[in-house]
Design a protein around this ligand. Structure first.
Ligand code: PMP
Length: 357
């Protein structure tokens, strides 16, 4: 089915931010949003771009009661020539369909979802900030809104895309973060929803995140939900370690989100000649490597932070410092190369950049 997107422009566009050093993250939104509705009889319909506003949602909607919600996080970047491009957007659309399948939400047509993203970003292009390190964060999300109670697979859904100009993730430069390894709560189990980007995963992670923050740690590193023995991922990042010259990262066993930054870093590292192994990494192995000096570097990967050095790991009353709390050379090289590709500073030899306007 060929759908068209109707556009209703905002009559009172908001003033653009004048100081791009103070954008922060996800607090300011652009003038418009994309929406479309789904019903099992009609499929996806009524694709539209409308002024950014509240969305009326019926109180009996499944999203409020059974958490039928999934989302994505991606960015549009302004190149030095002033053009706007996305980074591997099809990967996000595909991952959203994987999440939708798990939560019994409807599938998106990949080409149409890309078209919706391009149309919205083109309309909002003035909102893509220009300052080095800034970007337009794009948040597509989908929720079930059947208007009746009773646990059931979704028959009605809404898909929305909103955009937020965001600041440089490291306004004062890239600094190693302190991470607490969680020994009590778990985020996901195999067979559950850990490999999807559904709101429930994040709701389940908040308590441990709060505890870690109270203790002065930035994020939580999760262990597997069954044995609480194997490293999984950080709050909003995948993790990689350089141990004795080799790079290791937790295998995608079903409870870890398959990060697009992770996939891109693995490709770059292999091109640079590193051995990258995706496997189970136990907390004992990591502690041992830290204690005998073989844990050379650790970093997180994700759309928001790109590549984030980990300087300290806290586990069961012990602190393990990595690389003297300094940014390691592999971490720095990955950050430099990925950001150079994303902001169009180097040729895109992988076909990862998706020009928009
Ligand atoms: N793990 C989790 C739980 C996340 O929320 C994210 C951010 N999307 C990531 C990993 C990193 O994924 P990506 O590189 O695709 O942003």
């Amino acid at each position: 089915m060929k759908q068209t997107i109707s556009i209703t422009k905002a009559t009172q566009p908001k003033p653009r931010p004048t100081d791009e050093t103070r954008l922060g993250f996800g607090r300011l939104f652009t003038d418009h949003m994309f929406m479309m509705n789904y019903s099992s009889e009609q499929g996806w319909h009524d694709a539209r771009i409308v002024p950014f506003d509240y969305i009326p949602v019926y109180p009996a909607s499944t999203v409020f009661h059974y958490g039928t919600e999934i989302f994505e996080g991606m960015k549009a970047y302004r190149t030095k020539e002033g053009r706007v491009q996305m980074f591997r957007p099809l990967e996000n659309v595909r991952r959203m369909n994987i999440s939708a399948e798990r939560l019994c939400l409807p599938q998106l047509d990949e080409a149409f979802a890309l078209h919706a993203l391009e149309t919205l970003i083109t309309l909002e292009q003035d909102w893509v900030p220009r300052l080095e390190g800034t970007s337009l964060y794009i948040r597509p999300f989908m929720y079930g809104d059947d208007p009746h109670l009773g646990v059931h697979a979704v028959e009605c859904a809404t898909f929305v895309i909103i955009c937020s100009p965001v600041g440089a993730y490291y306004p004062e430069g890239m600094n190693p973060v302190k991470i607490a390894i969680e020994s009590e709560d778990v985020r996901a189990v195999r067979g559950g929803t850990g490999y999807t980007k559904c709101g429930g995963n994040y709701a389940a992670s908040l308590r441990a995140g709060q505890r870690a923050q109270k203790m002065g740690y930035t994020q939580v590193l999760w262990l597997d939900g069954v044995e609480r023995k194997y490293i999984e991922e950080v709050g909003s990042m995948n993790v990689m370690f350089k141990i004795g010259g080799e790079i290791v990262t937790p295998a995608l066993t079903g409870s870890v989100l398959p990060g697009i930054t992770r996939k891109s870093c693995i490709a770059l590292l292999r091109e640079w000649g590193y051995t990258v192994t995706e496997r189970l990494i136990s907390i004992d192995e990591l502690k041992q490597a830290a204690d005998d000096g073989r844990l050379e570097e650790a970093w997180g990967t994700g759309t928001a932070a790109v590549v984030s050095p980990i300087g300290q790991l806290f586990y069961l009353d012990e602190t393990h410092t990595i690389n003297h709390n300094q940014i390691g050379p592999v971490t720095q090289r990955l950050y430099d190369q990925l950001t150079a590709i994303q902001w169009g500073k180097v040729p895109d030899t992988h076909g990862w950049c998706h020009p928009v306007c």
